[in-house]
Design a protein. Structure first.
Length: 332
């Protein structure tokens, strides 16, 4: 029976209606003859009671009182809540399931608190659970070091958990379910109508994520590349094949302009980064620089540390307009 790892992000877990859609996806997967293993993130976003940021905000009441061990253990609690809730939901629908933590699933990790990496996983415990007829619902974002301490894998690290499990289990696909139908060339909330891509190679996906595109954890793309795991970014809320992330195939090369990423800087301004295919950034640099010089957006150039990416810091009040102008030039 083909095995698929399905990872569900916070927006797919945030309320009862979303969780029902999750359950229907799992039921369809089983009906199609596939065997799913679930990986779940914490529910919702800051302000929601079990979101990671909400849990970490509790520690701020005691400044200087928490170290990396305490923060990582606190941060990991949201995924435990999600795994228990989703297992209960699936069991109530007749899909026999069991919640599993990084410890019970044997997910080893090493590295610093807050930014650890999974080590090669022994799938024995997970396979044993599946052979007993249960569907594992695994906590994402966390691993266990040799001393039994919880380490988190960096924000968005549930994607990396899913890929690590997919590699260990020999999964046919690792499906990342989100609130968007795939990977777009720019954040659709910033650039309405930005096209979604049917395929991205591993390196292009890593570079977009590494420059701030929040659709996927950057480590997960590298791990998928190294393990040969094919990923699909799909929507919980609408049907579709999503964006396939895999190796470059014969006859395919990335477009010159891969995408425009955006993220917030510590001072509240926006960082906008135009990411180009390897060796193609120089060809488009002049048009981008001319636009920046002619605009009254207040955008200033940043060092992207990537010869094929051009980054700007832009004041929050002008960022959307500058991003739209920049995207129009790049897509022309």
């Amino acid at each position: 029976m083909p095995l698929i790892v399905q990872k569900f992000g916070g927006t797919s877990l945030a309320d009862s209606a979303s969780r029902e859609l999750l359950a229907s996806i799992v039921a369809k997967t089983l009906k199609a003859g596939d065997k799913p293993v679930l990986v779940v993130s914490a529910m919702g976003r800051r302000g929601d009671p079990y979101a990671t940021d909400s849990l970490l905000d509790l520690l701020k009441e005691y400044p200087g009182g928490s170290d990396g061990l305490t923060s990582d253990l606190m941060a990991s609690c949201g995924e435990v809540v999600s795994a228990c809730l989703i297992a209960a939901l699936l069991n109530s629908r007749g899909i026999k399931s069991v919640p599993m933590t990084a410890s019970s699933a044997d997910i080893a990790a090493s590295g610093p608190y807050g930014d650890a990496s999974p080590e090669k996983l022994d799938p024995g415990k997970l396979l044993g659970v599946m052979e007993s007829g249960l569907l594992p619902v695994v906590t994402g974002f966390q691993g266990v070091d040799g001393a039994g301490r919880i380490l988190t894998l960096g924000r968005g690290g549930s994607d990396t958990t899913a890929v690590a499990l997919g590699a260990a289990l020999g999964a046919r696909f690792v499906d990342i379910y989100k609130d968007v139908p795939g990977v777009a060339k720019a954040d659709p909330r910033l650039i309405p109508g930005a096209p979604f891509m049917s395929f991205l190679d591993y390196d292009s996906m890593f570079r977009l994520a590494n420059h701030g595109a929040r659709v996927l954890h950057d480590k997960s793309a590298l791990l998928a590349r190294d393990a040969g795991v094919r990923m699909r970014v799909r929507s919980t809320f609408e049907d579709g094949t999503g964006t396939l992330i895999g190796p470059l195939s014969d006859g395919f090369s990335p477009p010159d302009f891969i995408g425009l990423s955006n993220c917030l800087l510590p001072d509240g301004s926006s960082k906008l980064t135009a990411v180009f295919a390897r060796g193609k950034g120089f060809n488009r640099a002049k048009a981008v620089m001319d636009l920046a010089a002619a605009s009254d957006s207040g955008a200033t150039m940043l060092d992207s540390r990537d010869p094929d990416a051009i980054a700007f810091a832009c004041p929050a009040k002008t960022a959307a307009g500058f991003a739209r102008s920049l995207f129009a030039v790049l897509e022309a």
